[in-house]
Design a protein. Structure first.
Length: 233
């Protein structure tokens, strides 16, 4: 299995996700103790997809995160650069109306300017080699006044919880890696989470990319955070 590192070479990251595609959703649930389902529900509420809108779900993987937007009546595009994940998604989401899968690079999205009313990315931004450039691309394809919602790992503001979280990442996940058939995925998850900026720093990167009215809300004591923003046009 290809070992993705923190330089986040696209081919390496894509290969890693290709190899875990069939069991990706199950692994997410196991790693988060089922919290991933709650986080997805919060994303759906925050995006507020409406009938007739167009929504881009970037780094959508198998499309599990995209289905609720389509079910809410929005024309939804599930975009990912892992062809393996997309193939699994197309098979699993057969019959879901208003949902289509598109292969695409977050740093050069295959969509026209201002194509979407809302753009969202969950647990994918930290896998991109250039965070600000990806956020600029998301802004490019969002309409003036369009909404951004980023759901990503973060850092608990409480010192005690932050220490426990770091201990879990440094020691707990490597233990899981030893008994997993996908050890590199666990190691990469731990490394990329530890290196990821905190809530305020990510808000600064979103502002740097040109988004306005940036705010965030912590989930599960700050282990995950939702960042909201608006495209000023």
């Amino acid at each position: 299995m290809t070992r993705a590192s923190l330089d986040k070479q696209p081919a390496d990251v894509a290969a890693m996700f290709d190899s875990t595609a069939e069991r990706y959703d199950l692994l997410n649930s196991l790693m988060t103790g089922g919290q991933d389902r709650r986080w997805r529900r919060e994303v759906v509420k925050a995006v507020e997809a409406r009938p007739g809108e167009r929504v881009l779900d970037l780094a959508a993987g198998t499309g599990t995160s995209s289905v609720p937007f389509a079910e809410a009546g929005a024309e939804t595009v599930a975009c990912d650069f892992s062809l393996g994940m997309l193939r699994v998604g197309v098979r699993r989401q057969t019959g879901v109306e208003r949902l289509r899968f598109v292969a695409g690079d977050a740093l050069k999205l295959p969509f026209a300017d201002g194509a979407f009313d809302a753009v969202t990315i969950s647990f994918g931004l930290r896998n991109v080699a250039d965070t600000v450039r990806a956020l600029q691309e998301l802004r490019r394809v969002a309409k003036p006044g369009g909404r951004l919602l980023v759901c990503e790992v973060s850092h608990p503001p409480n010192g005690v919880l932050a220490t426990g979280h770091k201990m879990h990442l440094r020691y707990g996940l490597p233990l899981l890696a030893r008994v997993s058939s996908n050890p590199d995925s666990y190691r990469y998850l731990a490394e990329s989470t530890l290196e990821w900026p905190d809530q305020a720093a990510l808000a600064g990167l979103i502002q740097k990319a040109g988004w306005e009215k940036v705010r965030w809300r912590n989930l599960t004591f700050g282990v995950v955070a939702l960042h909201h923003a608006i495209n000023p046009g």
